[in-house]
Design a protein around this ligand. Structure first.
Ligand code: ZN
Length: 155
């Protein structure tokens, strides 16, 4: 049965540093079985009931993946869309259609060193989870392939 699950999370790295949190905002809602959250996180969450709290630790492999050296590349400044201010930290795509998003690590003259790995690749991550909602998905949600928040349609 496909369900809609709502949860609050606090994401920490291996040093216990908080990287992201939904606490104080809206909980994250997702439709089970649609690849909308990390599969290993879903496996842990989907055993819980509303009000349950759990700390879930994921290895890099179960989290954002191992670092793929092939995604670290040098490209030419000219490959960026005209007018882009290319500097370290920029999240961008080259002007090749369908190219993945990457981060600019460094710029040396016409050479740009980019990294297409997720910023959390290669690290264990830890989620503190609290379940706020768990219900059967509506026909409309199943049809759309995503969860609708309170008040229904938001898109
Ligand atoms: Zn919808």
């Amino acid at each position: 049965m496909t369900k809609v699950i709502g949860f609050h999370y606090t994401l920490k790295n291996d040093d216990g540093e908080v990287l992201d949190s939904s606490v104080g905002g809206d909980p994250t809602l997702y439709l089970t079985g649609n690849g909308q959250i990390l599969p290993a996180l879903g496996d842990a969450i989907e055993t819980l009931a509303v009000g349950d709290k759990k700390s879930v630790s994921l290895s890099a492999k179960d989290g954002y993946g191992e670092v793929n050296p092939a995604l670290k590349q040098n490209v030419k400044l000219a490959q960026f869309p005209v007018g882009t201010e290319v500097k370290p930290g920029l999240q961008s795509q080259t002007n090749q259609p369908g190219s993945p998003t990457f981060r600019v690590i460094n710029v040396l003259g016409e050479e740009v060193f980019i990294d297409g790995n997720h910023p959390l690749a290669g690290q264990a991550v830890h989620y503190d989870i609290e379940i706020t909602e768990s219900r059967e998905a509506t026909a409309e949600e199943l049809d759309h392939g995503h969860a609708h928040g309170p008040g229904g349609h938001h898109h």
